[in-house]
Design a binder for this molecule. Structure first.
Ligand SMILES: *[C@@H]1O[C@H](CO)[C@@H](O)[C@H](O)[C@H]1NC(C)=O
Ligand SMILES: *[C@@H]1O[C@H](CO)[C@@H](O)[C@H](O)[C@H]1NC(C)=O
Ligand SMILES: *[C@@H]1O[C@H](CO)[C@@H](O)[C@H](O)[C@H]1NC(C)=O
Ligand SMILES: *[C@@H]1O[C@H](CO)[C@@H](O)[C@H](O)[C@H]1NC(C)=O
Length: 442
């Protein structure tokens, strides 16, 4: 049964969702988390911006297509062994590129809209001579793609004719992205990020983009999930780097409205964590960066508390802005917050809560609990001078096609936790590590 060392005032409700998937036993070591950092004074409602729900609506529609095949993909990633590096580097005539230094950082820009850190994206070079494009770094998908000979695309494009190393293929490519699709063909060329180079990297050259992709600042997307979910069926850029000898992990620092966000490829940047402790959580399936969410704790004004026991498959997704949980869990979650309201829009749903409420919210992965900063949970006021704010935990409904044991944990959570995505330093077992982010000292 669910165990928590938390000195609870009372347990308002316990909800258990039975998962069809067996949960792994925890591995690695764990440390005591210093929980004091999130206990901040409540946010003054007069200083809050008004929430713009339009990017939230766009994200929700995008998640419906992004995770349409989540169950099938999830099953494909179970019982996958260590990355077979000999299978990845195909017909490589020359010796593999050996990284000259050990620290490779991709700086990320933060696309901010209103109160929201919508997306993190950074530069990537492609072709010979290199052409620079920007890509959204997305641990929730596994394809690299960008526009190429795309008449209706507004953003920067790759020009294959200007690259002496580009190889076209006649394999087609189609991927759902956001609330639209990208269609085109697969190509190969030299791709480098942060000084790390992969020759003959497969990518999708999108000849057309439908939906509201235009208007976003990034040109394309760098998928960093496992290639078991790649629409192209090809090894990902990061898997190819592992084959070239890079340590099999990358780490992400996602800042709040700051410009020092970054991905560390093959490394952990200790300057971005508050203390050296890392809590490791086993990946459930080598498909997505999926971990078991075992409980949710909510404390209201330090007087009212909810502990929800859950058995959710939580996907750690840097390409998603907010936090999404099954609708029944979300309903229980807001039921403990007096004055919260369920709001139905034509395409999606959300909840509001009184802005003055002091909330402490934690998610348990295994035995360890991880707080979300209340300032990240509060998405802003529902209208100017409104006493109500939009909550950053949103429902995934069965009617919209989501499995009811799926959670999507996006940037809202990752701003509090420096995250490490490890393919197999632990004897081939993939795992996710969290360490308190330097953001919490600001
Ligand atoms: C917890 O973190 C806060 C803020 O960084 C610090 O002031 C405090 O000393 C820490 N406490 C412990 C027990 O490490
Ligand atoms: C790895 O891939 C190579 C090339 O496809 C194959 O010959 C080999 O059997 C694979 N090894 C394992 C352990 O799957
Ligand atoms: C393209 O497709 C044709 C017909 O299916 C095939 O013969 C040819 O080898 C393919 N070319 C490449 C570069 O894959
Ligand atoms: C929580 O505290 C705030 C600030 O003191 C107060 O305005 C609000 O009514 C409280 N809410 C509950 C549910 O106790």
């Amino acid at each position: 049964m669910f165990y928590s060392p938390f000195t609870s005032l009372f347990v308002a409700s316990v909800l258990t969702i039975i998962s069809a998937n067996p949960l792994p036993s925890p591995t690695g070591f764990s440390v005591t988390i210093n929980r004091s950092f999130h206990q901040r004074p409540p946010v003054k409602s007069s200083s809050l911006p008004v929430c713009n729900v339009q990017p939230i609506e766009r994200e929700f529609k995008g998640l419906q297509s992004k995770y349409r095949d989540v169950d099938k993909n999830f099953n494909n990633g179970i019982n996958v062994g260590p990355v077979n590096t000999s299978a990845i580097v195909e017909d490589e005539a020359e010796a593999p590129f050996i990284p000259p230094v050990l620290v490779h950082t991709m700086p990320l820009d933060d696309y901010v809209s209103g109160n929201l850190d919508i997306m993190y994206y950074g530069p990537l070079q492609i072709g010979t001579p290199p052409q620079e494009l920007t890509v959204d770094v997305d641990t929730g998908s596994a394809d690299l793609w960008f526009p190429c000979d795309c008449p209706d695309c507004e953003n920067k494009q790759f020009e294959p004719l200007e690259s002496s190393t580009c190889e076209e293929s006649n394999e087609t490519f189609s991927i759902s992205y956001g609330s639209g699709t990208a269609d085109g063909q697969l190509m190969r060329d030299t791709v480098s990020v942060g000084g790390l180079e992969v020759r003959r990297q497969w990518f999708g050259a999108a000849r057309s983009l439908q939906g509201d992709f235009n208007g976003l600042p990034n040109d394309g997307l760098l998928g960093l999930a496992f290639s078991t979910v790649a629409q192209s069926g090809k090894a990902t850029f990061f898997e190819n780097l592992i084959a070239e000898g890079l340590p099999p992990m990358f780490s992400m620092h996602l800042a709040r409205h700051h410009d020092d966000s970054a991905v560390c490829f093959g490394c952990i940047d200790r300057l971005k964590t508050l203390d050296p402790g890392i809590v490791w959580i086993s990946v459930l399936s080598k498909a997505y960066w999926s971990i078991s969410m075992d409980a949710i704790n909510v404390n209201v004004n330090k007087t009212r508390e909810l502990q929800l026991a859950t058995a959710l498959r939580a996907i750690v997704d840097t390409g998603t802005t907010l936090i999404y949980l099954p609708e029944a869990v979300v309903s229980e979650f807001y039921a403990v917050i007096p004055g919260s309201t369920h709001v139905f829009q034509p395409e999606f749903e959300f909840y509001t809560f009184p802005c003055s409420t002091m909330l402490d919210i934690e998610f348990a992965f295994g035995q360890n609990r991880f707080a979300v900063n209340p300032a990240d949970f509060n998405l802003g006021m529902t209208a100017p001078d409104s006493p109500d704010c939009v909550g950053g935990v949103l429902p995934l409904s069965a009617a919209s096609g989501f499995p009811q044991d799926l959670a999507i944990v996006g940037d809202e959570f990752l701003k509090s936790w420096y995250s490490i995505f490890d393919y197999g330093s632990d004897g081939g077992n993939a795992r996710v590590g969290f360490s308190p982010s330097i953001n919490n000292a600001r």
